[in-house]
Design a protein around this ligand. Structure first.
Ligand SMILES: [Zn+2]
Ligand SMILES: [Zn+2]
Length: 378
């Protein structure tokens, strides 16, 4: 494999100084060396050559998402095939384009552009979901970090027509978690069909997804937010803009349902469940008001179960809606990055080096919630 080693200066305001276009033949990557267990290994891999319609990106940051843990440990029933050994994980990467593949010149992407790589790495633009603007569900998509090398490495190939432009002024460390957690919560809030002044309950409000969701809801969309989480998250959830914080450990049985109804008068307009508890899903349908919407975001661990309270008669008499939010679309990604660039959303993160990925994953496993660690890949 050969590379043209060039060095050039860019004029597009690189936050980290001038862009060095020297491309090494090999680079560092973290692989899942023992899929099914929490284990990663730092190795050197060949730096790929971008193919037709692709760009090569020098990554500087990657978010670490709870979904990465699901792929690493094969713990998701929804994944069609077990993760292969040697898989490079990661799906929230940010870096600069350092090389264009054939045919990319007309795409508008230039060498030096700062871009992001999301969970959905490429789409076909032709299938029914793509034509409907639901490109996150493209039936011909490829997925970063699952049967396609992900962002836990220094260089990754991206689809020129699907990478996400990163707004100037937004740090790469803050942009990374917005590419998955941010866009997912923003999409979930759209699916909640709520408008300013209405009540939304966010469960798992102090987690990686949750606290970003609270910020978008309260500061970006003018919603009244009730955040539910462990008591240790009170400070983060309140600082993120929640009007009320409920420590779930302080409520026995279904008392938390009564408390939400009391705070909102008649129940919340919407509930977003961003944690992995089946019980929380069950309770959420009980504290919604008429015409309320439950949006499913968190995937419960282990064997999938129906929501115990999701009974046709109950949904009918309250005219409730149960919706799912997955990964949003390209437009959602750009809009939510704009919230971050304007300072409306400021994702809480901890920056660690790539060689700490296994420790971060153990931490995620212990918490069993979405925590955001940001990896520094330089
Ligand atoms: Zn994710
Ligand atoms: Zn498609």
């Amino acid at each position: 494999m050969t590379h043209t080693n060039t060095t050039a200066k860019t004029t597009n305001g690189d936050l980290n100084g001038d862009l060095d276009l020297t491309i090494p033949q090999r680079h560092r990557a973290a692989i899942y060396d023992k899929p099914g267990t929490i284990s990663t290994k730092l190795v050197e891999v060949d730096t790929p050559e971008p193919g037709a319609g692709e760009v090569l990106i020098r990554l500087t940051h990657s978010g670490v998402c709870h979904s990465d843990l699901g792929v690493m440990t094969n713990s998701w029933e929804t994944l069609p095939k077990p993760t292969p050994a040697g898989q490079i994980g990661g799906h929230e990467g940010v870096g600069r384009v350092v090389k264009l593949g054939p045919g990319v010149e007309s795409s508008g992407i230039k060498v030096g552009d700062r871009v992001g790589v999301k969970w959905v790495a490429s789409v076909c633009h032709r299938c029914a979901p793509c034509l409907a603007g639901v490109d996150g569900l493209c039936i011909n998509s490829t997925v970063s970090g699952y049967f396609r090398p992900g962002t836990f490495q220094q260089y990754v190939v991206g689809a020129a027509d699907y990478v996400t432009p990163i707004p100037e002024g937004l740090s790469s460390a803050s942009a990374a978690p917005m590419l998955c957690a941010g866009v997912t919560m923003y999409d979930a809030l759209k699916k909640a069909q709520v408008k300013g002044g209405e009540w939304v309950v966010i469960s798992g409000a102090g987690g990686g997804l949750g606290h970003i969701g609270v910020q978008i809801a309260a500061r970006g969309l003018g919603l009244r937010v009730i955040g539910i989480d462990h008591g240790s998250k009170r400070g983060l959830v309140e600082a993120s803009g929640a009007e009320h914080f409920l420590d779930f450990q302080q409520f026995a049985g279904d008392d938390i349902v009564a408390e939400v109804v009391r705070l909102t008068g008649i129940g919340a307009h919407a509930a977003l469940v961003a944690n992995t508890s089946n019980k929380v899903y069950e309770q959420a349908l009980h504290y919604l008001r008429f015409n309320g919407t439950l949006v499913c975001v968190g995937v419960p661990e282990g064997v999938a179960q129906p929501i115990a309270s999701c009974k046709p008669g109950y949904l009918m008499v309250r005219q409730l809606t149960v919706a799912g939010a997955c990964v949003g679309n390209r437009r959602d990604a750009q809009e939510v990055l704009d919230f971050a660039a304007r300072g409306v959303v400021d994702p809480h993160h901890t920056l660690v080096h790539l060689d700490k990925l296994t420790e971060v994953s153990v931490f995620l496993f212990c918490l069993l919630i979405s925590y955001l660690g940001d990896l520094c890949l330089s």
